[in-house]
Write a protein that binds this ligand. Structure first.
Ligand code: PFF
Length: 411
């Protein structure tokens, strides 16, 4: 389960968002704030969410019903399921693009191309409804297939095999990238601390990114924790997940930025960096590197999307008595419909992204903190998280920070 949690955490957020945010918000200064946010807010929320899952051993909806006998938090179960569904839908679009680009790089489609030509390839692919919807459906069916295979034989096995492979692939790319002439500037971009860029929005961005990156606030960690063995500790699970997730984000940063600077290109966020600039840069270094890069992105995206789908499948299996394969197929069908809308209409994509990261995840995290800090009996909580200091962080610090950041983000 720890590998599966790390798999959920390591995803597109680490590869295309984190490296750019670091450069944008002051290099090492941002990394320091990011790590503080992780330790003071996100990790305590992780422990809170995992404790609810492990203590109740139920899906998100069942767990919410159990921890609030008067039914006050029951609706939160639905919010979590809805958020997972929304994130899964737009995440699958990007997962589909990775699949598309993996096939293209296997065919050597980027060798000899300029960045302007690669830009046209991306625009053509992402605006072609047939291509983007069909690749999204392939990605979603892979996700549903892994989840349908079961918690141990599907999710567990996939995570155990894919995480170490993913790590090796990223390290190889980082080593190649760091040995390029001119890569030093990319290293400087990532590590030079510039504290003047650390304003309120930068701190809010660090916390928001650490929530997204650790998959918090929408029931994925809760659901996975409900499958933990009795002797597995939520503290250990959280510490390993955060360590792996942050380490991977840093390695991704060193794989991407030095290559970008070595090619003399200004770094940019999101799709343009991963799908326009990098394929061209990596294809200068031979046929294999773009294939490894897109395979890594595909694996990282899949290990996250299975955790999103599992939240909904666990609810359908436990509360609605559907079989796991049937539930997986049903979610595939509905997420495929919203995913198609996200693939074809950019506004739907952006709205789903904004609402889930800025509203739903924050609301979810706040409710998990309140349940653990103020609703569940203190003694029961302490049997899982063991430390009064952590309990205090969950009870006081985390809710205050979440509200402050939510307000900053929405203003
Ligand atoms: N943590 C994933 C990433 O960094 O890409 C995204 C994610 C997965 C968010 C699962 C939320 C979630 F429940």
């Amino acid at each position: 389960m720890i590998m599966a949690m790390a798999g959920s955490a390591v995803g597109l957020g680490n590869i295309w968002r984190f490296p750019y945010m670091v450069g944008e918000h002051g290099g090492a200064a941002f990394i320091i704030v990011y790590i503080i946010c992780c330790l003071v807010v996100s990790l305590p929320i992780f422990f809170a969410e995992a404790t609810i899952g492990k203590a109740t051993r139920k899906d998100t909806f069942g767990a919410m019903k159990e921890v609030s006998p008067s039914g006050r938090f029951k609706e939160m179960g639905f919010i979590a399921i809805a958020s997972s569904f929304i994130i899964l839908s737009f995440y699958s679009v990007v997962g589909g693009w990775s699949f598309d680009y993996l096939i293209r790089s296997c065919a050597g489609a980027f060798s000899g191309k300029s960045i302007a030509e690669a830009r046209e390839v991306f625009a053509g692919m992402s605006s072609s409804p047939t291509e983007s919807v069909s690749c999204m459906l392939v990605f979603l069916s892979l996700t549903a297939g892994i989840v349908a295979a079961g918690v141990d034989k599907g999710i567990g096995l996939f995570s155990k095999v894919s995480m170490p492979v993913l790590l090796v692939m990223m390290v190889v790319i980082a080593v190649v990238s760091l040995t390029l002439p001119g890569s030093g500037e990319g290293v400087t971009y990532l590590i030079k601390p510039d504290f003047s860029k650390l304003d309120g929005p930068a701190i809010a961005a660090a916390l928001g990114q650490s929530f997204f990156s650790l998959s918090l606030g929408i029931g994925t960690i809760l659901t996975y924790a409900s499958y933990m063995r009795e002797d597995e500790s939520v503290i250990e699970a959280g510490a390993w997940t955060a360590f792996f997730d942050t380490g991977f984000a840093l390695i991704a940063g060193f794989a991407i930025m030095p290559a970008v600077f070595a090619a003399g290109i200004e770094p940019s966020a999101g799709p343009s960096l991963v799908f326009e600039t990098l394929p061209v840069i990596f294809s200068h270094m031979g046929y294999v590197l773009p294939v490894v890069f897109f395979l890594a992105i595909l694996i990282a995206a899949l290990s996250s999307s299975i955790s999103l789908l599992e939240v909904i499948v666990a609810w359908l299996v436990e509360q609605k008595n559907l079989s796991r394969p049937k539930a997986s197929f049903l979610v595939f069908l509905f997420a495929g419909i919203l995913g198609a809308a996200c693939a074809v209409v950019p506004k739907v994509f952006n709205t789903c992204d904004f609402v889930s990261s800025n509203v739903l995840m924050m609301a979810g995290a706040l409710i998990f903190a309140i349940i653990i800090g103020w609703v569940m009996p203190r003694e029961q909580v302490l049997t899982h998280i063991k430390s009064r200091f952590l309990y205090g962080l969950i009870r006081y610090a985390a809710p205050v920070m979440i509200v402050a950041v939510a307000v900053t983000n929405l203003l």
